[in-house]
Design a protein around this ligand. Structure first.
Ligand code: FAD
Length: 267
């Protein structure tokens, strides 16, 4: 059961942060969908829904997605559908159902660095940055690795508006389940970037496979070699959804499907 002693809805992020550090047991609420699944005593619940963080803005060189943008907002955004093969909309469109996607937020997802996340894997392939209220702008890659040193609030995610194409693939037992594995590839200015997640640990970059792709002519042989490099450089774990051995094999399949789709887009 969750008990919340006091609940506030600050009008801006400055006030939200003030509240956050005012009590030991304070907690930020995004959509609240994940919080409600646990059991907690919360001294101060800080609901961000009135803090003007629900937006998707396109600027000359960047797209900014506010922390309170829901998965539904991302899925339906014309800006994001047009961007890089619509990877962000595609990565989340099958998560559970419309009602849940209209509740869960970008901020709750990215700040929590969930290993199973589909959105994080897609954002990592796009080399996104995060802006934390106190911690400033950091690459998502570094944030995933190190997290936040102190209590903070994720304000937005920033994506460079590059000309490129990206593909997201996942393997699930059933549509509403968490992914057994997910993988995303982006190609920008002739360079590939590969992210792999739900290992089931959090998403990482497949640097050796990427390096190989970026230095070699891409043909069937090279794809086969890159898939083996990717599978052997990645640490996979086991959980009730799949064993590390299964994930190792599936990674090669997802990689091949994704790279072939990226290449098909060029022809
Ligand atoms: C039943 C169910 C099934 C799901 N299936 C999938 C799936 O298949 N694939 C997938 O990718 N995801 C899945 N998710 C996860 C979902 O996509 C969200 O990642 C998750 O619910 C968190 O978003 P939220 O807005 O609900 O966060 P909340 O529940 O509001 O918060 C989660 C945590 O993040 C903190 N937080 C929230 N917002 C911020 C912020 N702006 N700054 C700092 N901290 C913050 C909270 O304090 C809390 O600790 C599922 C979730 C549920 C409930």
């Amino acid at each position: 059961m969750i008990t919340i002693k006091e609940y506030v809805m600050p009008k801006n992020i400055d006030k939200a942060y003030e509240y956050l550090i005012s009590k030991k047991n304070s907690m930020i609420f995004g959509g609240g969908a994940f919080i409600r699944m646990g059991s907690k005593n919360i001294a101060l619940g800080i609901d961000l829904s009135k803090a003007n963080l629900r937006y998707i803005n396109e600027q000359d060189n960047e797209i900014e997605i506010g922390a309170m943008a829901t998965f539904g907002d991302i899925e339906r955004s014309e800006i994001l559908k047009r961007f890089s093969g619509g990877i962000l909309s595609i990565a989340i469109k099958d998560i559970v159902g419309i009602q849940l996607r209209n509740i869960v937020t970008l901020g709750g997802t990215v700040y929590s660095r969930y290993g199973f996340s589909d959105l994080i894997t897609a954002l990592l392939a796009l080399d996104a940055k995060v802006k934390l209220y106190k911690g400033g702008v950091r690459t998502l890659e570094e944030f995933l690795e190190n997290g936040s040193k102190s209590k903070d609030i994720l304000e937005k995610v920033i994506i460079s508006k590059t000309d490129g194409f990206s593909v997201f693939k996942s393997m699930r037992n059933s549509k509403g389940d968490y992914a057994i594995l997910n993988l995303a590839i982006s190609k920008v200015d002739g360079k590939y970037r590969i992210a792999i997640g739900a290992r089931p640990q959090r998403a990482i970059i497949s640097s050796q496979a990427m390096d190989f792709l970026n230095k070699n002519q891409i043909n069937d042989k090279a794809i086969e070699k890159a898939s083996n490099i990717l599978a052997s450089e990645t640490v996979f774990g086991s959980n009730p959804r799949g064993s590390s051995k299964y994930r190792h094999e599936i990674s090669k399949v997802l990689f091949k499907r994704a790279i072939e789709e990226v290449m098909a887009n060029e022809n």
